[in-house]
Design a binder for this molecule. Structure first.
Ligand SMILES: [Zn+2]
Ligand SMILES: [Zn+2]
Length: 243
């Protein structure tokens, strides 16, 4: 049976240097509950180290979590990578770390806090998570798909770090699964502005608690799996997305 799932696949935690330190697992889960969100995607910049903590915290609120990463490609394009399994996100993370030069400067960019489900500090991530990887857009999307993940071009309506801002267009040769529109632009406006056959979704890109719920998309799917979401993107077997 198909269920109506309210989803936000673009949530940062206190691991992202630009996110508020209040973005702890239990705060995020509790705020998502208040907003009646069923399914969260946790996508910190170039890392998935808080995904397990989020899963545990969200479990108490009966909210499901898709492990994810917001990858910064060589072209400075942000791509959301979402998986069924945390181990797949960690596999991608390993490749990212091998291709991500530099160390974080907390004073300049902010703290990168790895926490447990209670929000207790485990350690501080040292990588320059805000930086760009040396992975090309093509290579990034290929890697995500080889790990059975979804690749979504992030906030394509934003003036920075988007496929449109960096390339000026969406290349047909890149097999992106969907385009994300920020809450600043309506889907109907985005469809006029960015004519594309690709499905469009709206997520919040929350860096602060109060932003959770600002951008969501409804999915009619059987289970909260990557396969079902893919079917919804392709309008297969009754699966669909609704704004
Ligand atoms: Zn981004
Ligand atoms: Zn983001």
């Amino acid at each position: 049976m198909l269920k109506r799932i309210k989803a936000d696949f673009h949530i940062h935690t206190c691991l992202s240097p630009c996110a508020d330190l209040e973005m702890s697992p239990q705060n995020i889960a509790s705020q998502a509950k208040t907003e009646n969100i069923d399914l969260l995607g946790i996508c910190d910049h170039n890392s998935a180290e808080n995904v397990s903590a989020l899963k545990k915290a969200a479990n108490k609120f009966k909210i499901q979590v898709l492990p994810g990463i917001e990858v910064t490609t060589q072209e400075e394009i942000h791509i959301l990578a979402l998986f069924n399994k945390t181990s797949s996100a960690f596999e991608l993370q390993e490749i990212i770390y091998q291709n991500l030069p530099g160390e974080n400067d907390e004073e300049t960019f902010g703290m990168q806090v790895v926490v447990n489900e209670k929000g207790e500090v485990l350690h501080f991530n040292k990588h320059l998570l805000i930086g760009a990887t040396s992975l090309s857009l093509e290579k990034t999307v290929h890697l995500i798909h080889s790990l059975d993940g979804l690749a979504i071009a992030a906030h394509i309506d934003r003036p920075t770090f988007s496929i449109i801002s960096q390339l000026g267009f969406i290349p047909d040769s890149i097999e992106i699964d969907a385009l994300e529109i920020s809450p600043l632009t309506s889907i109907s406006e985005a469809k006029k502005r960015y004519p594309s056959k690709l499905p469009m979704v709206c997520f919040s890109d929350s860096h602060f608690l109060k932003e959770i719920g600002n951008g969501t998309t409804f999915f009619y799917i059987e289970t909260s799996s990557i396969q079902e979401i893919k079917k919804a993107f392709l309008n297969q077997e009754g699966r669909k997305i609704v704004h």
